[in-house]
Design a protein around this ligand. Structure first.
Ligand code: CA
Length: 285
């Protein structure tokens, strides 16, 4: 293998949002054999840096679903920000319809001041519609959303526009399926946008040329590595672009069915060191 690209949530991170010692050792093994290891995530680059801050591990980082690529030393390699008009149109609509959102720019995850409130309102609505529903999983999903680092709160999307910074990715989160579907339908045919889902209850919007797949391909070309001898590991629908691009792919045991069907190799779950298992498979290839 020339290169291995690894998704974070549901893949390298276990359900406690940690990177296991076995996974760290496997990444080091790959690097010591000359394989270029790349993290490929929907998260912001600064959030990834924070997750890795206590680990003596340096890799390339594809973040914001392919809209940014950072070198192992943390410097920006390339980026594809959204068009300003698209940022305004998407955020104005989401805000008007009462969606929770997160916009990633160079420095922060910008999110409404009342973000927690918006999610609690939705949870209350689900609870009153069906008092017997177990909401533990949903509450956990909300907590995971808030566990990212680098949040900055805004009273209105106009503050985000006024910052005059590049916006790379806008994530929308809702527990209400119909509401989420409406948002997807609203933007899915926009020629300038890419829409992907990285987990249940969300979808994300980027520039039409930004995807994990395009970023992996670009990186392989610029580093003179073979896309055929590139392997990718993932669990969600936003991984399909890189799964379809690379010569080799592994789906996590906990992956979405569509992802399992698209990959050649099925590894263990994210709570069973599935990444280490997949890396060992690819190194023996
Ligand atoms: Ca994932």
């Amino acid at each position: 293998m020339d290169m291995i690209a690894i998704d974070l949530d549901g893949t390298l991170l276990n359900s406690g949002n940690e990177i296991s010692e076995n996974n760290i050792q496997a990444i080091r093994r790959a690097q010591s054999e000359g394989v270029e290891v790349v993290i490929a995530t929907g998260r912001a680059a600064f959030d990834v840096r924070n997750l890795f801050s206590d680990l003596d591990l340096k890799t390339w980082v594809i973040a914001a679903n392919g809209a940014t690529i950072h070198r192992p030393d943390g410097t920006l390699f390339s980026s594809i920000p959204m068009e300003k008009e698209d940022v305004i149109e998407v955020l104005a609509w989401l805000e008007e319809k009462g969606f929770y959102y997160e916009a990633i720019d160079d420095e922060a995850i910008l999110t409404p001041q009342n973000g927690r409130e918006l999610m609690n309102i939705e949870l209350d609505r689900i609870r009153s519609a069906n008092p017997n529903t177990n909401l533990t999983r949903l509450e956990k999903a909300a907590e995971k959303q808030f566990s990212q680092s680098g949040f900055s709160h805004v009273d209105s999307y106009e503050e985000i526009v006024d910052r005059k910074r590049n916006v790379y990715n806008i994530l929308t989160f809702s527990f209400e399926e119909e509401k989420l579907q409406k948002g997807w339908e609203r933007f899915k045919d926009y020629p300038d946008l890419t829409l992907v889902s990285s987990a249940n209850h969300n979808f994300e919007v980027e520039h039409r040329l930004a995807s994990k797949g395009n970023a992996v391909k670009q990186l392989a070309q610029q580093l003179n590595l073979s896309i055929e001898r590139t392997a990718v590991i993932g669990d969600s629908l936003n991984d399909l672009s890189m799964i379809n691009m690379a010569g080799n792919s592994a789906a996590m045991g906990n992956a979405k069915t569509e992802v399992k069907e698209a990959c050649q190799f099925l590894t263990k779950t994210n709570d069973e060191d599935g990444v280490a298992h997949a890396i060992d498979h690819f190194l023996a290839y």
